[in-house]
Design a protein around this ligand. Structure first.
Ligand SMILES: C[S@@+](CC[C@H](N)C(=O)[O-])C[C@H]1O[C@@H](n2cnc3c(N)ncnc32)[C@H](O)[C@@H]1O
Length: 342
């Protein structure tokens, strides 16, 4: 049972994170040149107060779930202040290059060779980030860039996946169950899942070796979390071999056909009676007064496949892949959609 001290610790930790990343966001806005006015129609956008209220509501829901005993309060994943400062310095040093790309400097290809087996759709400077997904520098920068963009709520949005997982686990023993995170990136969702359910065996899969190396550094040398290089659209796992499949912030990065194949692969590898949980951006109509943010996002952050993603429906795509929609929640700028495997 969570105590008053637990509540205070949770609130203090989350407030400190928000202050740190909101500070980066505010400083970044001063350093970045404003983007030109969009020359395409932009839907309605929320006020800052509405956005703050939605973020606060998502934190409150997480706390209620912790208090209800669904999962433990998250431990901080980064406890070394020197590391936080080093990443902050790296972030601000890189910002001028990101800004130059935002304003039309060449979209240089990340390091590597064409023909090295990586798909063309993948070999881009997503988010205008230096080196795309393809260097250790990019892997070290990714988390601070994403947390800054979401003013400290990115981990929270990932962790909302834990609610449907906890509910699904309620009548199961976690020991021996297998989980897979598709497009695990730097491993943050995996780290939270492993922290909450250490009896499960997890695998994280990603196309980027540097991101997988960063995930290993974050999670540490446990045999309970394996990390595998591979493609979401060709999962190197047997049919019906995983009890749980999760994926956070991957699907909006994929072209339509690859996204459909990735979802079909998740449906293929999950066991009957298993669970698939997707966390990704809200889509048009989820929060109607926010649709303009979804119009602006791909323009400000180089998201080549996002506009098509935002016009669709995660729930419908999962069902088309053979899954059954089980639960859905909006959490700030994200949504969590859980599917059963009939
Ligand atoms: C936006 S990041 C999300 C990472 C992580 N899940 C998170 O919550 O931050 C997208 C990740 O998907 C990976 N990725 C992109 N396309 C992929 C594919 N076809 N197969 C596997 N991983 C892919 C990238 O390398 C990157 O690590």
């Amino acid at each position: 049972m969570a105590s008053a001290l637990d509540r205070l610790t949770y609130a203090a930790r989350q407030t400190a994170r928000i202050a740190w990343y909101a500070g980066h966001y505010a400083a970044g806005r001063r350093l970045l040149k404003p983007m030109p006015k969009p020359d395409f129609p932009v839907g309605p956008t929320p006020s800052r107060q509405e956005m703050t209220a939605a973020m606060r509501a998502a934190f409150q829901r997480e706390w209620q779930d912790i208090r209800a005993g669904l999962f433990p309060a998250p431990r901080p994943l980064s406890v070394d202040p020197a590391d936080l400062v080093r990443r902050s310095v790296l972030y601000f040093r890189d910002l001028p290059q990101v800004d130059a790309r935002r304003h039309g400097a060449a979209d240089e290809l990340p390091p590597g060779e064409q023909g090295d087996g990586l798909p063309d759709y993948y070999r881009q400077n997503f988010h205008f980030q230096s080196d795309g997904w393809l260097s250790h520098r990019s892997a070290r920068l990714y988390d601070i860039q994403v947390e800054t963009l979401f003013t400290g709520a990115a981990d929270l949005m990932r962790r909302r996946a834990m609610k449907p997982v906890a509910e699904w686990l309620a009548d199961r023993s976690q020991r021996g169950l297998t989980g897979l995170d598709v497009g695990c990136g730097t491993g943050r969702l995996l780290a939270f899942l492993h922290g909450a359910w250490p009896g499960m065996k997890f695998t994280g899969l990603d196309l980027s070796p540097p991101y997988l190396a960063e995930a290993r550094r974050l999670i540490g040398p446990t045999a309970r979390v394996k990390l595998v290089e591979g493609a979401a659209e060709r999962l190197p796992f047997d049919d019906a071999s995983r009890d749980l499949v999760v994926s956070s912030f991957l699907l909006h990065e994929l072209p339509k056909e690859v996204r459909a194949r990735a979802l079909a692969e998740m449906a293929r590898v999950v066991k009957p009676d298993g669970l698939v949980v997707i966390v990704d951006s809200i889509q048009k109509g989820d929060r109607p007064g926010w649709d303009g943010l979804l119009d602006l996002f791909p323009h400000h952050f180089h998201e080549p496949y996002y506009a098509e993603y935002a016009d669709g429906s995660l729930g419908a795509w999962g069902e088309a892949a053979g899954l059954t929609l089980a639960a859905s929640e909006h959490a700030f700028l994200s949504k969590v959609v859980a599917f059963a495997r009939p």
